[in-house]
Design a protein around this ligand. Structure first.
Ligand code: MN
Length: 742
């Protein structure tokens, strides 16, 4: 960077104007001390960045000034944040050290600036997303302001991304939508989240973005007319309430419209709720709730409401602090219109989130510690040392970003769990011991499976039994990281104990054979392809390896094990498996398809098709040796495949379909489309069974808001037949998608 980059006079004016603008945004929120600090921070930043320019060519200092302004005006932060925002790139990019900042501005500011500097590495490609998460989250629990200022920084960078190289734009956009948008949502920064999503989409899906933006522009006039038609009759009635209010029609974000187009599979023209009506009342905190319900009453007098769409987040705020009353009504021309009713205070919290929430802390007793709980759960996740990176991201997504469900104990105490949580999660939420010994769960007085997904308002009663303990299957019945890590810990303890038993048995056996235990065990680990002695011991304890029987394959020479004969070993093994295989075939009462395993006819193995992915002739498949139920054949696209391959690679064998087979397979399809009335089922069954001639085993259909989702189980001989069915259903009128269930 050479001398020619020195700042010109006109640029100096621009910088001073930006700075004055920043001060104006703080208005009367500053003490004399604050003013002095901000001035000093500004001067230090101007000095430090004096030789830098941004990619766009403008003086670098405009960036920290703008970030500080966003902190104040768009996120609602105060003077300390402004000082930190002004200094946020100083340590990273210039000669100023953290020590200098500490001396000049004190401990608090230097800590936040330090956090911001550490977060800056998140552009680094070498670092995985999971590690990025960890970094962001650890600074978040130290001081939330670090992340809030980082949001402002990212927002300004996203707004000015145009001058970056395309590949950098893509990377930053991906990271923004992956980490920062959900975090902004969780911190209640609604506007920031929306802008993150829109700006990311503009980069990753430019065509779709511009198309929707253009269509929004083209339809703007019509929409405004419609909004006026909607608002006018309301206005008259609302005025009679004598409550100060304002009413606005807000268009939805491009990203959320795009989502709707993708999820509902309908064109832009068919989306009517492109906007929401918001009615904001200006009343003291004590009258908010009743004022909002009065407004609700007026709205539903004028327009007919859809009762299922009523959402009351005033009585119980969302976990990110959001409070509002939502309803959907049938507006003019029979179109659905979403109406949001809230107070000015609620509106500020809804738009600015965290910082605004702090400002009103204490106004509403039940909203006080929503963030404390959340920060605690982040600490929980950060603290679990056993977690691998993938688990970490999964937990993060389910536990920290999701919406919540509100449920009750038998005594009526409310508990908040992440949406999707199960009855067993609830048991662990109550207490670890309750979880460990949970033997039965009743929801609203009815017995439910432990994996039952709990719903808002459920009253849950857990019965415990001292002899009950967690097993492997429980891991699949929970989603919260707390329950998962507790179950894992219990299983580990349990496995350790079991492995000890297996080890004892092996030691006894080796002793009687006069084989040195250490050497013998290592030999067997290798022979059977285990990863460790622990696994060998464990398999013995589980009975996967019957040592009395298996050890007959070995002779002992000079205290060492020797294999007697490979053939005998395979034969004896298969005799055993064959009987199990015959039994299970009998049980199922249906013929096994012919499959080659490791290149040989598979009937020597006890194999069966996995029920998780229902493979059918023609699918890519592999064989997996289970501990208890022989060999299972899975599709390579099975949702469990990655896990099996990653963790139990040694149990995987090649599998191929034998060329011809007259076995029948069950395949499940999910069909969605426009609900054209009661004829839908008939139309589909006609197509599948009458005109194509396939047998349907079961059919269920569910309609919602003009759409239906149907599940069909049908019987086919191979993948070609299934594809034929899929394609012919797709060609039917009104069908939007046909997918095979993975
Ligand atoms: Mn920056």
């Amino acid at each position: 960077m050479a001398e020619q980059l020195l700042i010109h006079d006109d640029e100096k004016l621009m910088i001073q104007r930006a700075y004055r603008n920043l001060l104006r945004s703080l208005k009367d929120k500053m003490t004399t001390e604050d003013k002095k600090n901000i001035r000093q921070a500004y001067e230090l930043a101007v000095q430090a960045h004096s030789k830098q320019r941004r990619k766009s060519g403008e003086p670098y200092i405009l960036h920290p000034i703008e970030v500080a302004r966003i902190c104040v005006e768009e996120i609602g932060l105060g003077p300390t944040a402004v000082v930190c925002a002004l200094l946020h790139d100083v340590v990273e990019d210039t000669d100023v050290s953290l020590g200098d900042i500490k001396i000049q501005f004190g401990e608090k500011v230097s800590k936040i600036v330090d956090g911001l500097t550490k977060l800056d590495g998140t552009y680094d490609v070498e670092i995985s997303q999971a590690e990025n998460f960890r970094k962001v989250l650890s600074t978040l629990v130290d001081d939330v302001r670090v992340v809030l200022i980082k949001m402002a920084d990212r927002l300004h960078n996203m707004r000015t991304l145009g001058s970056m190289a395309r590949h950098k734009q893509l990377r930053i956009a991906a990271e923004t939508s992956y980490i920062y948008a959900p975090l902004a949502h969780r911190l209640g920064l609604y506007n920031v989240k929306t802008e993150f999503q829109d700006l990311s989409m503009k980069i990753t899906e430019p065509d779709a973005y511009h198309q929707i933006a253009q269509k929004l522009q083209e339809t703007k006039k019509d929409r405004n007319n419609y909004i006026n038609d909607f608002i006018n009759p309301l206005d008259e009635e609302l005025a009679s309430l004598n409550i100060p209010y304002r009413i606005i029609g807000r268009p939805k974000s491009i990203h959320s419209i795009w989502n709707k187009i993708k999820v509902k599979k309908i064109p832009f023209e068919e989306i009517y709720d492109l906007f929401a009506i918001r009615i904001i009342v200006d009343v003291p905190a004590k009258q908010e709730k009743s004022a909002c319900w009065q407004v609700y009453s007026v709205v539903t007098d004028v327009f007919h409401p859809i009762p299922e769409r009523l959402k009351d987040w005033i009585t119980t705020a969302k976990s990110n602090g959001y409070e509002s009353l939502h309803t959907t009504v049938i507006g003019p021309k029979g179109r659905y219109v979403e109406v949001q009713i809230r107070s000015e205070r609620m509106d500020e919290i809804a738009e600015k989130g965290f910082a605004a929430h702090w400002k009103y802390k204490g106004v509403k007793p039940n909203g006080q510690n929503v963030y404390d709980n959340w920060l605690d759960s982040i600490r929980d996740i950060l603290d679990d040392p056993d977690k691998d990176a993938l688990d970490f991201i999964n937990d993060f997504k389910t536990n920290l970003f999701n919406e919540e469900v509100y449920v009750y104990t038998p005594k009526g105490e409310m508990k908040i769990l992440p949406k999707g949580a199960t009855a067993l999660d609830f048991a662990f939420h109550i207490h670890t011991e309750v979880g460990y010994h949970c033997s039965a769960i009743k929801v609203n007085n009815k017995l439910v499976p432990m994996g039952y997904k709990i719903d808002n308002g459920d009253q849950i009663h857990v019965t415990t039994n001292k002899n009950q303990k967690p097993n492997e299957a429980w891991l699949k019945m929970v989603v919260t990281s707390r329950a998962k890590s507790k179950i894992r810990t219990a299983l580990k303890e349990d496995n350790k104990k079991r492995a000890e038993d297996g080890k004892d048995a092996l030691i006894r056996k080796m002793k009687s054979m006069k084989v040195d235990y250490e050497e013998g065990a290592d030999f067997l680990v290798k022979f059977w392809g285990f990863k460790s002695r622990f696994e060998l011991h464990y398999a013995i304890a589980l009975g996967d390896i019957d040592i009395i029987h298996e050890m007959k394959k070995f002779s002992v020479e000079n205290g060492k094990l020797m294999l007697i004969s490979q053939e005998n070993f395979i034969k004896s093994d298969h005799d055993l498996q064959k009987t199990i295989s015959e039994k299970s075939a009998l049980l199922k009462g249906k013929k096994q398809p012919s499959i080659f395993i490791n290149g040989e006819p598979g009937d020597q193995y006890n194999y069966s098709l996995a029920s998780c992915c229902n493979p059918l002739l023609g699918d890519d498949i592999f064989a997996f040796i289970t501990t208890a139920s022989g060999v299972k054949i899975h599709r390579t696209t099975c949702p469990n495949a990655t896990n099996m391959m990653a963790n139990y690679g040694y149990r995987i064998m090649r599998a191929d379909w034998a060329n011809s087979s007259d076995t029948e397979f069950v395949a499940d399809l999910v069909i969605t489309g426009l609900d054209s009335g009661p004829g839908v089922i008939e139309k589909l069954t006609n197509k599948i069974s009458t005109s194509l001639g396939y047998n349907i085993r079961s059919f269920s259909i569910e309609g919602k808001e003009g759409y239906f989702e149907g599940k069909v189980s049908l019987i086919v001989l191979n993948i070609d037949q299934l594809n034929l069915v899929i394609n012919s259903i797709k060609s039917l009128e009104g069908i939007s998608s046909v997918t095979r269930v993975e």
